[in-house]
Design a protein around this ligand. Structure first.
Ligand code: C2E
Ligand code: MG
Ligand code: MG
Length: 395
């Protein structure tokens, strides 16, 4: 493995190069940041960048690495406050660079032991996946066939009452296994959006979800809600409310049992058609949820103007609720604001009992996440429900 360290502090770079050499790692140091502009990055697997450097600083280096499409790992170091480092991490992700670690100076050398083996393990996986995976064009053709053959599955993830731990409903999530290999929904949903496949895909998901849902609710003690995700393209389709209404009628399903989850970034495209479609859906009785709340930019505006009934807090906030004071404050404020606006609040991405407890204490009443259950195939939902009813402690 080859490391590159860019830092104007010569004493630090000398020390660092020597320390990693003892671990058998070759590290080159650049103390003049503009030298990166002429440096051959061909063999460099990991770059560690100091943020504060005179002339050409760490943020400009990140932009340069984005422009040259550097695909190795990047760690960022600085003596600045944690929030500055966090912003640099965010910037890496926005530039679609492979962010690795934040190193607040002075850092403990034990970090090196962590960094280097982790680097070796993680490097090989993405390369072998991308080599085997079909290109987008092939993928679109296969997706179109899969939709026609109804070969897209629906998995269900429960929504849980954080106080009683009862199941309040299930979210339907599309699943596609191409020749047995899992394709992420983010990937194939965005392809379906680009290639006008979304209306057919959504109808397929609704059909399959309703069939399973009705089987589940045959048991009289079940009275679950069903959540279905909608995509941007659909909100531009004026006849969407009628199509959905007919579909539900076909299954004799009341609209108010269905929550339509709409991702916030989608809502940002403030088109009159989208608002009209949303309002008609609400008039028909559908519940409307803002999904991934907080991940976009004008969430509060949507709350003021849209006909929503629920808000789902983006899992990025939940993930750091125990780590970052800021996340905790943001989540608490969102819960309070939504409650005062008369909306139900769901926290997504709960992975630990501690997160569930904290959210409950913040008056968030519903949660979803791997701590309760990962999305599961319809065939295992009943089995999971009996396990859940027997085993789960209340708050
Ligand atoms: P989403 O609607 O926000 O769904 C939640 C995502 O978070 C799901 O990813 C779920 O598997 C994942 N998740 C749930 N709990 C946890 C947790 O505790 N930890 C972590 N790390 N992840 C958790 P999935 O299934 O990969 O779906 C990704 C996105 O793709 C969905 O985000 C939704 O926007 C979209 N999507 C999925 N199915 C459909 C669909 O049928 N139609 C449309 N339009 N979009 C869909
Ligand atoms: Mg959702
Ligand atoms: Mg979400």
């Amino acid at each position: 493995m080859t490391l590159l360290l860019i830092d104007d502090d010569k004493d630090f770079t000398d020390f660092f190069v020597e320390a990693v050499a003892e671990l058998g790692v070759t590290c080159t140091a650049l103390t003049k940041s503009t030298d990166i502009l002429h440096y051959d990055l061909g063999n460099t697997e990991h770059i560690i960048i100091d943020l504060s450097m005179p002339g050409f600083d760490g943020l400009q280096i990140l932009r340069f690495l984005k422009d040259v499409k550097y695909d190795g790992y990047i760690s960022v170091t600085s003596g600045q406050t944690h929030s500055v480092l966090e912003s640099a991490k965010e910037l890496c992700q926005l530039h679609q660079l492979n962010f690795h670690t934040l190193l607040r100076k002075p850092f403990d050398l034990s970090f090196l032991n962590k960094l280097i083996p982790a680097q070796r393990e993680s490097k090989s996986t993405p390369i072998c996946i991308s080599a085997k995976f079909p290109c987008d064009q092939t993928l679109v053709k296969r997706l179109s066939i899969a939709i026609k053959q109804q070969a897209i599955d629906v998995y269900f993830q429960p929504k849980i009452n954080l106080k009683t731990r009862e199941v309040t409903g299930f979210e339907a999530l599309a699943r596609w296994f191409l020749d047995g290999v899992f394709v992420s929904p983010e990937k194939f949903i965005s392809l379906a959006e680009k290639h006008q496949l979304m209306p057919d895909l959504t109808l397929l998901i609704i059909d399959k979800s309703l069939k399973h849902y009705l089987l589940l609710n045959q048991d009289k003690k079940n009275n679950f809600g069903l959540a279905i995700n909608l995509s941007s393209t659909e909100l531009k389709q004026e006849n969407l409310p009628d199509i959905l209404f007919k579909k539900l009628h076909q299954y004799n399903m009341p609209c108010d049992k269905v929550t339509l989850e709409i991702t916030e970034t989608v809502l940002l495209e403030k088109k009159p058609t989208s608002l009209e479609v949303l309002t008609r859906l609400r008039l028909m009785g559908f519940k409307l949820s803002i999904d991934d709340f907080g991940s976009g930019y004008s969430s509060v505006n949507m709350l003021q103007n849209g006909p929503f009934t629920e808000l789902k807090i983006d899992r990025a906030f939940i993930k750091s609720i125990n780590i970052k004071k800021q996340s905790k404050i943001i989540v608490k404020s969102i819960v309070d604001m939504a409650t005062q606006l008369g909306l139900s609040v769901v926290s997504e991405g709960i992975e630990t009992p501690e997160e569930a407890r904290q959210l409950f204490e913040m008056n968030c009443h519903t949660g979803q996440g791997y701590f309760f259950s990962k999305p599961m195939p319809a065939s295992t939902v009943n089995e999971w429900l009996s396990y859940w009813r027997d085993e789960m402690p209340t708050q």
